[in-house]
Write a protein that binds this ligand. Structure first.
Ligand code: AP5
Length: 215
């Protein structure tokens, strides 16, 4: 089963993606994580991406499409895949659909997570992430057992450089102009689209996501 997690920054795509992938043994393709890894590795892609990410703008479509194509080619056959943060523009969605077709895959479900800008801003300002397993915490809403350290693997957590007030506002604007139209795009496709309230507790959201996917 191939699933897209769609929604604004901070709505819980990463949080739910890790839980679901762990429970179902699915792979995750998270373009934000791939770009951060490229930046940390100092690759040309990472250096180019950094100038867009630091101000909350989207990285150019062609760079993203090439990166995802490479990632998809390396996935083991027959595994379920969760796409988090991709696609984010109509150009990406249409290139993605051609890529999937060529590989004999298709998007089965699109899960749209929704929450108000106030909730998103509060969540993002307290976010801490594990660079190793991708687990996401929040200093106020979902703190780790030991401050600053991942519960799962003991790795020190980090605070994302783009989680600043100014950048978050731009990311919310970019989401509504560039990415939100993809909801209508997928509603007009063969994928099944489910809208889920992301401003509930993590377990409640997870329960609704699993129910929507029938898993
Ligand atoms: P990316 O890394 O994808 O960031 P994003 O889409 O802005 O999403 P976030 O990671 O901020 O939020 P999330 O929904 O995953 O929430 P999370 O689970 O962490 O992209 C970063 C940048 O990379 C972009 O701005 C762009 O520049 C570039 N980029 C990436 N993909 C691209 C693409 N395809 N094209 C072009 N450019 C691209 O949760 C947030 C917080 O809330 C955490 O603290 C968490 O603990 C807490 N939380 C989560 N759920 C709950 C809950 N139910 N209750 C209480 N707290 C909760």
């Amino acid at each position: 089963m191939d699933v897209i997690l769609l929604g604004p920054p901070g709505v819980g795509k990463g949080t739910q993606g890790v839980l679901l992938a762990d429970a179902m043994s699915w792979q995750r393709v998270v373009t934000g994580d791939l770009l951060r890894a490229a930046k940390d590795a100092g690759t040309p892609l990472g250096q180019q991406a950094q100038q867009y990410m630091s101000i909350g703008e989207l990285v150019p479509d062609q760079l993203i499409i090439e990166m995802v194509k490479e990632k998809l080619a390396a996935l083991p056959a027959g595994t379920g895949v969760l796409f988090d943060g991709f696609p984010r523009t109509e150009a990406q969605a249409s290139a993605f659909s051609m890529m999937l077709k060529a590989m004999g895959r298709k998007i089965d479900y699109v899960i749209v997570l929704e929450a108000s800008d106030e909730v998103l801003t509060e969540r993002i300002s307290g976010r801490r992430s594990c660079p190793s397993c991708g687990s996401v915490y929040n200093t106020v809403l979902a703190p780790p057992q030991r401050e600053g350290v991942c519960d799962k693997d003991g790795t020190p957590l980090f605070h994302r450089a783009d989680d600043t007030v100014a950048t978050v506002q731009n990311r919310l604007n970019v989401y509504s102009t560039e990415t939100e139209p993809l909801i209508a795009y997928y509603e007009g496709s063969r994928a099944t689209v489910h809208h889920i309230k992301g401003d509930q507790g993590v377990d409640e959201v997870q329960g609704e996501v699993c129910q929507a996917l029938g898993v």
